[in-house]
Design a protein around this ligand. Sequence first.
Ligand SMILES: Cc1ncc(COP(=O)(O)O)c(C=O)c1O
Length: 331
Amino acid sequence: MEMIDLALADLKFPPPSSVLRELRQEISKVNYYPSGDYLELKQAFCNYLGPEVSLTSENLVFGNGLDEVIDLVTRVWGGVNLIPSPTFSQYSMAAARSNQRVISSSMLRQGNYELNFDETDLKKASLVWVCNPNNPTGDLIPRKKIEQTLDDARGMVAVDECYYEYTGKTVVDLVEEYENLIVLRGFSKNFGIAGLRLGVAISRPENIRKIERIRQPFNVNRMAEKAGVIVLKHKNEYKKIWQRVLKIGRKFAAEIKRMGYRPFPVNANFVLVDFLDEKKASEIFLKLKNNGIKTYPGWSDEDFEGDLNQHIRFAVSVEKHMKLAVEVLRR
Ligand SMILES: Cc1ncc(COP(=O)(O)O)c(C=O)c1O
């Protein structure tokens, strides 16, 4: 039986054929190194950010997936890492890889995620992580909360906008105003090039230079460098995919709600579901698995951490797969 993967939240739709056609041409040039300065890609990303934010290539540094960018940010500003919980696991794993300290702060209040750091923690931390929308809960963090965090934090605040394209909510326009802000954007969940690995950090030039000093000279490979330029050119084709993903995800969440369970907000290509009871959740996880559907159980710490013992995260896939998941849940 071939398993349907609703565990990993990569984009379940392949890039448009126009993108793949252009990308194929680059294959014949893989005997050459990547550019190393990534200037064409930086220019393309500045254009993508739009004229409202007057940022230049000096405000950007690219990485081998956002995972590498998280590592680089942690190596530069970490030491004492303040991490909300539950959230994406790589913030604390990057800290562990560098033997750094983590202050974990639970943000669940009566089952709802609400960013509310303790003021003393904000004064202690050299690096604060905010994931918006938050993986795995899907919650959007109100802009005011992020501004308040930036104002109160003693150290750097990293805002991970890995799923930005699904809702368009960003604080990238605050980069010039706040010297302690670094915004992270990805290419895996939105542009569907998770397999090539590309991510970017956006901040003041003096912050970017600190990362530039420690990154490897060709940290982004040649295919990823080219793919970044190509996908940004085709953003209008991707917009249709993002709308479709949200529509499928929200329909799935509505079905879940009808069954009496509690879906979290759908603001990205995944849906977190509270099955209201630990035993029930583990039975459902096994039932899905036995029917060929792989999901992320909240009680494993593979992708995200925090106490989610009665929760399962579903990646949004094509309509057929989500329909099958609903059918299995109804049985
Ligand atoms: C919030 C968040 N940030 C970063 C990443 C890493 O993305 P990438 O594939 O670009 O390394 C993920 C992937 O799951 C994520 O959920």
